[in-house]
Design a protein around this ligand. Structure first.
Ligand code: GTR
Length: 366
């Protein structure tokens, strides 16, 4: 079956229809449907993380150093995680507002290194924790034989790299929960592109994260597979063995060019976050990451946020320009977090939609 591109009629699977055909009629029903959706996504698309996570310990920590013209205190740290016999080592860098090394701040956890505005972020009162996801799984093109440390440590797991990176972020969170400088009830998970996909998956699965902010996450992230622009990455392209098959569960490619057969689309992943908050930051010129599909994912999850009385927690932000997580994307993240954590009314509109024709309806049957 051919993938639907753009056109007047965009149909997505209905998140409110249970697999047995019954309808979700209440928030209590949604709790059960949510678990069903989570299992579908893991069984088909991402694979499963290990059932038992192992202890997380800090194995090396450098002293705090003043950084960013004295605005931050920064330290590098290495965490050990995973099974006792094959511990996994993950490097991270932490920056906190100067003087708050022992006092709790809201924290942004980023999958991947290199935030361009760390000093501004700490000046606005946030801690930033960035870790190196490639310490757990490689992100290079190539097939499933490219098993990295995490897949070697857990040989029985069927997870692809996106699920490994999401799991890694949850293990970093295990550690953050023990840190005096973190307000564990005010945490943001973010990442860009491939790591944006992992950030969305992590926020969907791990309810300890208060706000989830995937940036330019596109195919396999916040953008729907069924709603494409001509230049956007498709399920068929991303799951080629020579490209990024290893990011997903190994047989996900059976849906290549058969997206209509998938019993979900990416709005289901987003809906798992409700009623917690999600903001996806997108660039209009980043056609490969499919901004039209991102709008469809946002709208497709909206009824779930509505049922749970949390429409305002479903946010989206588009800027002009290309594929990157720029200062402007981080500023949108911080404005959104200020709104959620401090009740500060944002000057931005987190519901501005650039594509009037992308307005999905739901198909009752899958
Ligand atoms: C691309 C890939 C995208 C995106 C991007 C990135 O090559 O096709 O899905 O993940 O890499 O991570 O920058």
């Amino acid at each position: 079956m051919k993938t639907e591109t753009h056109g007047p009629r965009i149909e997505l699977p209905d998140p409110f229809v249970f697999e047995n055909g019954r309808w979700v009629a209440s928030p209590a029903d949604w709790k059960r449907r949510r678990l069903e959706i989570r299992d579908l996504l893991l069984d088909i698309e991402y694979g499963h993380a290990p059932p038992s996570t192992g202890r997380v310990t800090a194995v090396a920590a450098a002293p705090w150093q003043p950084q960013h013209a004295g605005r931050s205190s920064t330290r590098d740290m290495t965490l050990a995680m995973g099974p006792p016999k094959s511990r996994l080592s993950v490097r991270m860098r932490i920056s906190v507002p100067r003087g708050r090394e022992k006092k709790p701040s809201p924290a942004v956890l980023r999958i991947g290194l290199g935030c361009p505005i760390t000093g501004e972020l700490t000046e606005r009162g946030y801690a930033l924790v960035e870790f190196e996801p490639r310490d757990l799984a490689p992100d290079a093109e190539g097939n499933h034989a490219l098993a990295g440390p995490a897949r070697q440590a857990y040989p029985d797991c069927d997870w692809g790299a996106l699920a490994v990176w999401a799991w890694g972020a949850s293990r970093v969170m295990d550690h953050l929960e023990t840190c005096a400088w973190v307000r564990a009830d005010q945490t943001v998970i973010t990442g860009h592109s491939r790591f944006g996909k992992a950030a969305l998956l992590c926020g969907a699965l791990d309810e300890r994260f208060t706000v989830t902010v995937p940036n330019g996450s596109g195919c396999g992230g916040a953008s729907c597979y069924r709603v494409l622009s001509p230049d956007s990455e498709t399920l068929e392209m991303i799951t080629r063995p020579s490209r990024f098959a290893a990011w997903f569960r190994k047989d996900f490619r059976r849906f290549a060019e058969r997206e209509q057969m998938l019993p979900f689309d990416q709005h289901y992943l987003r809906a798992l976050i409700a009623p917690r908050a999600v903001l996806n930051t997108e660039a209009l010129g980043d056609l490969w990451a499919n901004p039209r599909g991102a709008q469809a994912g946002y709208l497709g999850a909206h009824p779930v946020f509505g049922l749970l009385g949390a429409l305002h927690n479903n946010g989206i932000h588009f800027r002009d320009g290309q594929h990157d997580q720029l200062a402007e994307d981080f500023r949108a993240l911080l404005d959104f977090a200020d709104w959620k954590f401090k009740g500060r009314e944002p000057a931005r509109n987190f519901a501005r939609l650039p594509f009037p024709d992308v307005c999905p309806t739901f198909s009752g049957k899958k």
